[in-house]
Design a binder for this molecule. Sequence first.
Ligand SMILES: *[C@@H]1O[C@H](CO)[C@@H](O)[C@H](O)[C@H]1NC(C)=O
Ligand SMILES: *[C@@H]1O[C@H](CO)[C@@H](O)[C@H](O)[C@H]1NC(C)=O
Length: 197
Amino acid sequence: MANLGTLCPRHCFLLAVLLLSLSVQTKVLSYQYKVGDLNAWGIPSSSNPQIYAKWSKYHTFGIGDSLLFLYPPSQDSVIQVKAESYNSCNLKDPILYMNNGNSLFNITAEGEYFFTSGKPGHCEQRQRLHILAGNVTATAFAPSDGPSALSDSSAPSYPTVFGTIPAPPSSSPSSPLSVSVVSTIGFVVCALIGGTM
Ligand SMILES: *[C@@H]1O[C@H](CO)[C@@H](O)[C@H](O)[C@H]1NC(C)=O
Ligand SMILES: *[C@@H]1O[C@H](CO)[C@@H](O)[C@H](O)[C@H]1NC(C)=O
């Protein structure tokens, strides 16, 4: 693609930049979070058994955001469960069952959400996720995934690991097309105005 600056007068270029940044700001309101930042929702490795608890603790979620669980569909699944089932690893009567390997859970209300694998035995091995969406206080927490477990001596402490990193939500925009659409519009407007001058 040709350099905008050579095609457009300077103010047109600024207009395009403005449109682009407006679009970016809008997108910030809604994120698609890849659970655990992992390409495979699965049993945590022994080197990072608390990965899901840590991941949820250091992200904030709100209405409109979504959680993307990626996994080989033959090997795993995702179920949304109630707090009690989460705590006891009870896989019966899930609220929602997803097994297509590319499961998008849309957060549509504030509250607490609990997920685990639908595969027997995986929940016990800490393949489970608890998130808070919006301004809510946790009402239930699995002891093994609680804050005290997070500071156990086998795991590096968080201040060391994440001390100065401003924790960007490592997520992809939920509508990746919007940037290119809006910047294309900016570019066209730009070219039109530039052409008439
Ligand atoms: C979440 O929204 C996406 C896109 O609108 C949709 O494909 C998906 O099925 C939804 N997920 C659930 C669990 O409803
Ligand atoms: C969060 O909720 C609490 C209690 O419901 C309320 O006192 C507080 O003002 C809320 N905070 C925000 C930022 O909305």
